[in-house]
Design a protein around this ligand. Structure first.
Ligand code: SF4
Length: 182
């Protein structure tokens, strides 16, 4: 049987969900034996999201143009997309800037009003991705197959979600241990 093609993606998040993934500790060895890691900031050095991915954990909200382009690419090339953590599921902390109303208001506040030394707007087209006016959760942009909340989801929850998938079964995302936020 072909190995599952497994990916993880880091959008607008703090990387805490990926740190929790690394907390799987020795089970990562079992996971590595069962899957091919084809894209991941913590497990693979490819820069382009490949075709034919079976399962992808998506950390973070959609906050800028780069996130938007990547999530469309991920959805097009992935069978089962998992919203991984509260930022992906609800937009969470990254969406706190939404209360300022627009990307220009956010940039002005962060880089001009609060800039102690040489206040200036970051402007490097093609290098600094353009902010979206609103930060949104993943499912507002593309369909999501499994929601795994948590800030971050515990290693136990990550394992309980992935283990059934390795056997070709869907995880049961019910109960406090699987879907409690925070
Ligand atoms: S859900 Fe929490 S741990 Fe995960 S990226 Fe967001 S803030 Fe970080």
């Amino acid at each position: 049987m072909d190995k599952i093609k497994f990916a993880t993606v880091w959008l607008a998040g703090c990387s805490g969900c990926h740190m929790s993934f690394l907390d799987l500790d020795e089970w990562l060895i079992d996971l590595a034996a069962a899957v091919d890691v084809v894209f991941s900031p913590v497990g693979c050095d490819l820069k382009t999201y490949p075709d034919g991915v079976d399962v992808c954990l998506v950390e973070g909200a959609i906050a800028n143009q780069e996130n938007l382009e990547l999530i469309y690419d991920v959805r097009r090339k992935t069978k089962l997309l998992i919203s991984f953590g509260d930022c992906a599921v609800t937009a969470n902390v990254p969406a706190m800037r939404n209360m300022l109303g627009s990307s220009s208001a956010v940039l002005k506040r962060a880089y001009l009003e609060l800039g102690d030394v040489t206040p200036q707007l970051p402007d490097e087209p093609g290098i600094v991705p353009e902010l979206l006016d609103r930060v949104v959760p993943v499912h507002e942009v593309v369909p999501v197959d499994i929601f795994m909340p948590g800030c971050p989801p515990s290693a136990d929850r990550i394992r309980a979600t992935l283990e059934p998938l390795l056997k070709g079964e869907m995880p049961v995302m019910e109960g406090r241990s699987m879907i409690k936020f925070g």
